[in-house]
Design a protein around this ligand. Structure first.
Ligand code: HEM
Length: 288
C-alpha cells in the first residue's frame, strides 16, 4: 500500500535496487543521447525515439523525464525477452511431453519448407496453422503473466464488474489471466495440452487475443493497455518453435531430468520452476 516504507523495512534490498537502477542509467542513457543526436527519419524511428517525441498534455506538454524513460526502456526490454523466453520454454516442454504433437507439427513444417529453399522464411509461418495452434495452446495453458491489475472507478466500472458500487476513489482489480484461460466453463478439459482446440471446428478456432470481441483467454492482457508487443511475440514464438522442431527431435531426458511442469511464480513472470532439460537429436534434411 505504501511502497516507500520498503526502504526503511528492507534497507539492504533498497540499496541493491538503487545500485541496479544506477547500472541501468549507466547503460541506457548514453544510448538515448546517441539517438537524440541523430536526425529522425522513417528508417531509424525507434521505440526510444517515439518516447522522446511524446508530450504529456496533462503536464503542460512536458517531455517524458529521463528517469521515467529509463524505466520504460527496461520495461520494454524485460517484457520483450523474458516473457517470450518463458513462453518458448513452456512450449518446448509440452512438445517434449507430447511427441505425437511434435511429430504432427514437424510434418506441417517440413511440408511447407521441404523441396523449396530448405529454410523457414517469415512468410511460411502464415501457412502453418498447426504451429499457431501449438503456440496458442501453450500460452493458454501456461500464461507467463498470471494476472493484470487495473485501477477502476465509477458506476460504469461497477456495472461491468457486476457489483453495486465501488469504494470512493476507486479500487484495484486483479484480473486472473491464468484462471480465465483455464476456466472449465469455457474450455473443455482445460488442464490438458491440446492444440487441436485452436484448429477449425475447435472451441478456440477464432479466439480473439486482443479481447475486443470476447475474452476467452488474455495472455497479452486486454483493452487499451494490451501488450503492444503481441504480434512480435507471436511471430518470434512461431519462428523459434518452427526452427527448433525442424532442426532437432526433442526427447524427454531420463530420471530426475524429466519434464517437470511445476510453476515458479516470480515477479511478474510465471516460469518453469526447474528449467527444461531435454535430449536433442539433430535431424538431417535432404534438400534438392
Ligand atoms: C509471450 C510474450 C509476451 C507476453 C505473454 C506478454 C504479455 C503482456 C501482458 C499480459 C501485459 C500487460 C497488459 C495489460 O496490463 O493489460 C504486457 C504489457 C507490455 N508488453 Fe508484453 N508480452 C509479451 C511480449 C512482449 C514483447 C515482445 C514486447 C516488446 C517488444 C512487449 C512489450 C510490452 C510492453 C511495453 C508492455 C506495457 C504496456 C503498457 O503498460 O501499456 N511484450 N505484456
Amino acid at each position: 500500500m505504501y511502497p516507500w516504507i520498503g526502504k526503511f523495512l528492507y534497507p539492504s534490498r533498497w540499496g541493491k535496487l538503487l545500485a541496479f537502477r544506477r547500472q541501468q542509467e549507466h547503460y541506457f542513457l548514453p544510448l538515448v543521447a546517441e539517438i537524440k543526436s541523430q536526425k529522425p527519419s522513417q528508417d531509424n524511428y525507434s521505440y526510444v525515439r517515439s518516447v522522446l517525441d511524446l508530450r504529456i498534455h496533462e503536464l503542460g506538454d512536458m517531455q517524458v523525464p529521463e528517469g521515467q524513460l529509463v524505466s520504460l526502456i527496461s520495461e520494454f526490454l524485460g517484457n520483450a525477452s523474458d516473457s517470450t523466453g518463458a513462453a518458448l520454454e513452456w512450449t518446448m516442454a509440452n512438445l517434449v511431453k507430447h511427441p505425437e504433437v511434435q511429430t504432427k507439427l514437424r510434418a506441417e513444417i517440413n511440408n511447407i519448407v521441404c523441396g523449396s529453399k530448405g529454410f523457414i522464411e517469415d512468410a511460411d509461418l502464415s501457412r502453418m496453422p498447426y504451429l499457431r495452434a501449438v503456440v496458442l495452446e501453450s500460452i493458454r495453458r501456461h500464461p507467463t503473466i498470471p494476472f493484470v491489475m487495473r485501477h477502476v472507478d465509477g458506476d460504469e466500472a461497477a456495472k461491468a464488474l457486476g457489483v453495486s458500487r465501488l469504494p470512493r476513489g476507486g479500487t484495484t482489480v486483479n484480473f486472473l489471466v491464468g484462471k480465465i484461460s483455464r476456466n472449465p466453463e469455457v474450455w473443455s478439459n482445460p488442464m490438458s495440452f491440446s492444440p487441436e482446440r485452436f484448429m477449425p471446428g475447435g472451441e478456440g478456432e477464432s479466439v480473439d487475443l486482443t479481447g475486443t470481441r470476447e475474452i476467452k483467454m488474455m495472455p497479452f492482457g486486454a483493452g487499451r493497455r494490451v501488450c503492444p508487443g503481441m504480434t512480435l511475440a507471436m511471430f518470434h514464438l512461431g519462428y523459434f518453435v518452427a526452427n527448433l522442431v525442424r532442426e532437432f527431435e526433442w526427447l524427454e531426458a531420463d530420471g530426475d531430468e524429466a519434464v517437470d511442469f511445476t510453476e515458479y511464480h516470480g515477479f511478474p513472470f510465471t516460469t518453469m520452476k526447474r528449467g527444461l532439460r531435454a535430449r536433442l537429436v539433430p535431424l538431417v534434411h535432404l534438400t534438392k
